[in-house]
Design a protein around this ligand. Sequence first.
Ligand SMILES: C[S@@+](CC[C@H](N)C(=O)[O-])C[C@H]1O[C@@H](n2cnc3c(N)ncnc32)[C@H](O)[C@@H]1O
Length: 267
Amino acid sequence: MSIATPASGGGLERAIESLEIALPPAGHGLAQDEEWAIVHHRGVWRQVRLHDYPEVFRVQGLYEKWVYDVLGCQSPQKIAALLQGALREQGVDPGSLRVLDLGAGNGCVAEALREIGIGEFVGVDLHPEAAMAAERDRPGLYQDYVVGDLTDLPASEESKLTENTFHAMASVAALGFGDIPPQVFARAYNETEDGGWIAFTIKRDFLLARDDSGFFGLIRRMIDEGVLELTSRQTYVHRRSTDGDPLEYVAVIGRKLGAIPEPWLIG
Ligand SMILES: C[S@@+](CC[C@H](N)C(=O)[O-])C[C@H]1O[C@@H](n2cnc3c(N)ncnc32)[C@H](O)[C@@H]1O
């Protein structure tokens, strides 16, 4: 992954280089939210679970080294390329857009979107460690960063949403798997202005059949009932699993036509 962060003074790149990661032997068949590795940091080897985000983001460079260098993640570049194509087709200046980046982590997606010329970002993440890592690794990339559960925010965080207009929303590699539930996705979606751009990636299985994530029914209904206009949809390999198998995701680009009604999210 190219790290275009002159403001970080090369600290991030040095941190990535200094880390060592050992994956468990192939054949463990670990579910995506169970994947782990042994990480060498500051002279100590220890086991870390990939979905233990606070732990991962506390170690500078660990997310990039593990997810991008070792597992070959393509998702930020994929969503950026698809969104760039859609904006070009509609003659939209990316510099005019403020994006709500849901499940923002330490800013890899906003960085890819900045590379296609997008102007402003507001991050959202459940974990304060993600917000701290974003400022440490990509200082100044986010105009603002909301920390917490979007369905239950303290007033100080709530105002960062309500005082901004969002012309687009992005959510990459963060839906389902006990990460972002449909209710949180819906809150971010509904904060985006009507006509705004929607860009997200989701595991292919979550869009193929009814499953526990709740996204299959929600996304289909949004399209069927004219809440989301689909612009493009592409199946691609998000990254390799720890066992080396390709993990198929779908990247979706669309326009918000209306809000997701609250009753759709109950039950
Ligand atoms: C796999 S990481 C993806 C980070 C970033 N989008 C990227 O692609 O580099 C998933 C992110 O979603 C965040 N997350 C998990 N549950 C969340 C929730 N309910 N609300 C907001 N963020 C959440 C995690 O803290 C983590 O930063």
